[in-house]
Design a protein around this ligand. Structure first.
Ligand code: PEP
Ligand code: MN
Length: 376
């Protein structure tokens, strides 16, 4: 199945342009998967007709099950999700055009590579993550002021970044540290989006803030400390907004995949997984960027993989080396903290690049991307 090559048609996460104050429905688009749910995959024959595929899909819907169609270059894979007893009774292998039917045995089912049989692409605004082009996200750790975010947005865009990052709700180790500007920060991000044309990614820390953050964000960030906040995962799963899920600092790769499964199981397949470093016995760096996770995730899941070398190593001078290594390892996107006056930053100044260093890094990222068959 791994031979099925990615198709440009497998794009989700697209949503129409939405005006400044945007509504996001938090209604589930299909009922939550239960402990008795099962995922099966139907692999169609290379010569299956569109009519045969549509027939399978509509039968599955008539049975009250959900079908997820993924189109590879050679064949179509139909993922079927629903109650185990219902699925088991159905003669899925008997449809014309079907080559084989098999259960997804991995504990992460919807997230597993075989569920789609092809790499997924997720759209953030108009930017596609998971295609040949490596997507650079950049911006300050925290949104601090209008001047700060507008100036950084413009400079990172001119250097080649495609998505603007900035925290309005900040998870801080100390309750006495800057906690973010909240709604004002979101409004400033929206202004920076208008001025720069870049879509924005920003963190949502709590279910109570989701409606507000979803009005502004093009992509929701779930931070490392919230990777296993299951009620938050379920709530973002009930939107169709792209979600970037960061790996917890003490979480295994499997834990990350299981957390992503919470989001997909609520109906939102627009998920990016982010490696951001884990805690180890090492004390010379802030975290240990686990680049092992990149090829492992690319093999285990169809979801695009983002690497955050900034939090991964935590030291400005060493961020570029790890960003280049992440692209060489196969990351679909990298996220870099950039600040126009790092010494004055209200959070993470010591690991933020100056705009000119970011500009230099993007040039080198382009060379590495091209060397590994990608583009920028
Ligand atoms: C951040 O992106 O600024 C952040 C707080 O990240 P993490 O959740 O990975 O620590
Ligand atoms: Mn930060």
């Amino acid at each position: 199945m791994r031979t099925i090559s990615p198709s440009p048609e497998v794009i989700h996460g697209h949503r129409p342009p939405v005006p400044a104050a945007r509504k996001t429905s938090c209604e589930p688009i299909f009922s939550t998967q239960t402990a008795n749910s099962l995922a099966m995959i139907i692999i169609t024959r290379p010569d299956a007709t569109e009519e045969q595929i549509q027939h399978i899909v509509s039968r599955i819907a008539d049975w009250g099950l959900r079908a997820e169609v993924s189109r590879g270059e050679m064949r179509v894979v139909i993922g079927v999700i629903g109650a185990e007893d219902k699925i088991r009774q159905k003669p899925l292998g008997a449809f014309p055009g079907v080559e084989s039917v098999m259960p997804v045995l991995k504990p992460y089912k919807l997230v597993s590579y075989e569920f789609r049989g092809t790499a997924s692409r997720v759209k953030v605004g108009d930017v596609v993550v998971g295609a040949k082009e490596v997507v650079v996200m950049a911006g300050p750790c925290s949104v601090e002021s209008e001047d700060q975010i507008l100036s950084i947005a413009q400079s990172i865009r001119d250097s080649g970044a495609k998505i603007l990052r900035g925290g309005a709700f900040k998870p801080r180790t100390s309750p006495y540290s800057f906690q973010g500007l909240g709604k004002v920060g979101l409004q400033l991000l929206a202004e920076a989006r208008r001025e720069s044309g870049l879509p924005i990614i920003t963190e949502v820390m709590d279910t109570k803030d989701l409606e507000l953050v979803a009005e502004y964000a093009d992509c929701l960030q779930i931070g490392a400390r919230n990777m296993q906040n299951f009620s938050l995962l379920r709530e973002v799963g009930r939107t169709q907004l792209p979600v970037m899920l960061k790996r917890g600092m003490a979480a295994s790769i499997k834990d990350l995949l299981m957390s992503a499964e919470y989001i997909l199981s609520e109906g939102n397949f627009n998920v990016l997984l982010c490696e951001r470093g884990i805690r180890t016995f090492e004390t010379m760096t802030r975290n240990t960027l686990d680049l092992n996770a990149v090829p492992v995730l690319k093999a285990e899941t169809h979801l695009p993989v983002v690497v955050d070398p900034t939090h991964g190593i935590g030291i400005r001078d060493f961020v570029p080396a790890m960003a280049l290594a992440a692209v060489a390892a196969g990351a679909d996107s990298i996220m870099i903290e950039v600040h126009n006056a790092p010494e004055l930053a209200k959070s993470d100044g010591e690991q933020s690049l100056l705009p000119k260093d970011f500009d230099d890094l993007v040039r080198r990222v382009r060379c590495v991307a091209e060397a590994v068959g990608r583009a920028l």
